[in-house]
Write a new protein. Structure first.
Length: 129
């Protein structure tokens, strides 16, 4: 187990496709999995080289639930996503299209509360709306 930007990660059942070499404090990793009770249960962990690193800390995709246009938040795979602040880049849609079951891909960073992802970009994907 380890944490990524303060989010606990359970990697006990994860696949490490490139092995665990390079997995150390401060290493940049890509983790795939689901958040369960505030813990990211990893299905795949990959240590990123400097060439692979980008500025997107989190990527989440799925169907929107609990949209709140007033607070500018919604829930995606159990994670609260905020698009407040006016700096989010929308691709293939607008904030008005964030409705229940809309399929989106979100890139962003973990907020100071440790449970909300502040979106940098929201891409709308084909699927139920």
């Amino acid at each position: 187990s380890f944490s990524v930007d303060g989010l606990p990660v359970d990697a006990s059942q994860a696949a490490f496709e490139d092995g665990t070499a390079g997995l150390s404090k401060g290493a940049h990793v890509e983790v795939e999995g689901a958040i369960v009770n505030g813990v990211l249960v990893a299905s795949k962990v990959e240590v990123e080289s400097e060439d692979e690193q980008d500025h997107e800390d989190f990527e989440i995709e799925g169907s929107v639930s609990a949209p709140d246009a007033t607070a500018q938040t919604f829930v995606l795979r159990g994670v609260t996503v905020s698009y407040a602040g006016g700096t989010v880049v929308f691709e293939g849609g607008t904030a008005a299209q964030i409705v229940t079951n809309a399929r989106v891909e979100v890139h962003g960073e973990l907020a100071g509360d440790g449970v909300t992802v502040n979106a940098r970009s929201i891409k709308f994907e084909p699927g139920p709306a």
